[in-house]
Design a binder for this molecule. Sequence first.
Ligand SMILES: NC(=O)c1ccc[n+]([C@@H]2O[C@H](COP(=O)([O-])OP(=O)(O)OC[C@H]3O[C@@H](n4cnc5c(N)ncnc54)[C@H](O)[C@@H]3O)[C@@H](O)[C@H]2O)c1
Ligand SMILES: O=C(O)C(=O)C[C@@H](O)[C@H](O)[C@H](O)COP(=O)(O)O
Ligand SMILES: [Zn+2]
Length: 363
Amino acid sequence: MEESKLSVREQGKKIYDIYFRDSFDDLTEALSDAGLLNRKVCIVTESNVAPLYLKELYDLLGPVCTKVTTFSFSAGEAHKQLKTVEHLYEQLIRNHFDRKDLIVALGGGVAGDMAGFAAATYLRGIDFIQIPTTLLSQVDSSIGGKTGVDFIQYKNMIGAFHQPKLVYINVNTLKSLPKREYLSGMAEVVKHGLIKDQEYYRWIRDHKKQILSKDPDTMLEMIRKSCDIKRRVVEEDPKEQGERALLNFGHTLGHAVETLMDFSLLHGECVAAGCRLALKLSRNRRMLSEKETEEACALFDAFSLDQRFDRLTPERIIETTKSDKKMAGGHIRFILLKRIGEACIDLTVSDKEMMEVLEEELR
Ligand SMILES: NC(=O)c1ccc[n+]([C@@H]2O[C@H](COP(=O)([O-])OP(=O)(O)OC[C@H]3O[C@@H](n4cnc5c(N)ncnc54)[C@H](O)[C@@H]3O)[C@@H](O)[C@H]2O)c1
Ligand SMILES: O=C(O)C(=O)C[C@@H](O)[C@H](O)[C@H](O)COP(=O)(O)O
Ligand SMILES: [Zn+2]
């Protein structure tokens, strides 16, 4: 199995490395290379991941850190809230964490987003690292420093950009990941191909069988390719002033669906629904052909990303989209495809255009 790492840079300067491994064996070396040894550490994890990987991590970190503490919260999007972060702040204060100490996010996107947000705000910012354990977090959320929590029912409404000091991906953790969660991550993978890289999109299409059977080499190659795409985008535009918004393909309507379904669907499932709608908007603008649109929708189907949300009406989805944070100067910010592998930002999609694709999808 090919083992390697990628560096994420800003203005030519390395900010952090992403390690691709099939065990935790190189974690100490990775921490040493990042200058993170001999710190007080708080491992932030959750109730599903803790029984699987916390002990191994605790035992690894013990000898190379001055003290290891753990903070475990109840798993799930419902707990990606300020309340959970408050409990974490309390524990950090009780354990006298200072600016030289370190937070370790162990888990999926929920643990990573929340631990990262606590790290961004505690004492106005302390170091943190990401140890992502879901496909979605390995290919997307652990990279790029978007951290945050949901507020009431609004997705990621409170947050900060705060870059990790290290991302350590152990692909073997995906062995314990439930199938539905694994497939949810495929939505962000297909998104990467659609917005940035036609060749990668075709590669995903040609490797469906290996991806579905979690073939280790294929997974590693896919995770590396996706991370490389995300790396390039966030290096160019770390704080989403332009280019980075392309990573929001499928999220404009996807976040509205996620909210309206009361988080009963997974993030990737809602992103896939949003991607289908954005593909159809692009087709109706004559930027994609019918065949290209159908093929891309079929790729989401192949990964069982075809959840129904037909108890929602187009009107409610449009209204919720307008109250989300995807607005720019009174316009909804959409990401459309000019062609497969090339996305663009568009502020001109009308309610009528949204209505057409929503009616088609909800039919
Ligand atoms: N910051 C970003 O750039 C970014 C990007 C994409 C998504 N996100 C956010 O990420 C979140 C979704 O992340 P997610 O899909 O990883 O969800 P998650 O963190 O809720 O994890 C999914 C489920 O898998 C379980 N789990 C995690 N690792 C496991 C393992 N190895 N074995 C068994 N079970 C495991 C979790 O307990 C949970 O039940 C959403 O909140 C989304 O908004 C953020
Ligand atoms: O990294 C980014 O930038 C993304 O947009 C990646 C998305 O997949 C992710 O879901 C992100 O959390 C969305 O952020 P938001 O600011 O649109 O809520
Ligand atoms: Zn996403």
